[in-house]
Design a protein around this ligand. Structure first.
Ligand SMILES: C[S@@+](CC[C@H](N)C(=O)[O-])C[C@H]1O[C@@H](n2cnc3c(N)ncnc32)[C@H](O)[C@@H]1O
Length: 192
């Protein structure tokens, strides 16, 4: 799944992940945590930027990254139209060097979008983009199957891959979009 693949999905409007709104689980998390310091947030694979705008609306300095130029263009246009202040940058989360190390990395349907052979690179990228002690907040899509995208994962796989590098602070089943109800699990990790 290279840049051309994802750009084509946007060009042909083949975007079933596009829900027109941020992750409900993220919205609830932000509403439940007004006490959190308003730091920097990286949203890799940000799509058209709904989650980035939710972080920005909550007062965080949010930056969205995506491999597809059309995703970045749509994100910039929609953020301007919403009158919000957030940044967007074309980039490959798995391979690029981060411009800074962030206080937060927020995952939402990027892990399930990358090929199984790339998962090790994804897991190595998260601590690279995060400050020591920074938070990795993930909305994991717990579906079966190796035919994707989306590619399936399990709670066990998330634990096996991330617990060597992160302490798990909390986990819960979030409110979801209607067609993902009870298929999502949120894991809030802190980089060791
Ligand atoms: C399934 S979509 C999800 C978009 C968004 N997170 C959402 O939930 O609406 C996956 C997104 O990740 C982007 N993407 C895929 N591989 C990437 C990579 N290595 N680095 C950054 N973005 C990537 C794709 O272009 C696409 O916009």
């Amino acid at each position: 799944m290279d840049q051309q693949y994802w750009e084509n999905r946007y060009q042909t409007q083949d975007m079933p992940w596009e829900k027109g709104a941020p992750s409900p689980g993220l919205m609830d998390f932000l509403a439940a945590h007004p006490e959190l310091p308003r730091g920097t947030v990286c949203v890799p694979g940000c799509g058209t930027g709904h989650d980035v705008r939710a972080w920005a609306q909550a007062g965080f300095a949010a930056t969205g990254f995506d491999l597809a130029p059309s995703a970045i263009q749509l994100s910039i246009e929609r953020t301007k139209a919403a009158g919000l202040n957030a940044r967007f940058q074309l980039g490959d989360f798995l391979r690029d060097e981060p411009p800074i190390q962030f206080d937060w990395v927020f995952e939402h349907t990027l892990f399930c979008a990358i090929e199984l052979s790339e998962r090790g690179a994804y897991v190595r990228a998260v601590p690279r983009w995060l400050k020591p002690g920074g938070y990795y907040l993930a909305v994991n899509y717990l579906i079966p199957g190796e035919d994707g995208p989306p590619f399936g994962t399990t709670r066990d796989e998330q634990w096996r891959r991330f617990s060597p590098h992160f302490n798990l602070l909390q986990e819960w089943v979030p409110r979801s979009y209607p067609n993902r109800t009870r298929l999502e699990l949120m894991l809030w990790w802190q980089r060791k």
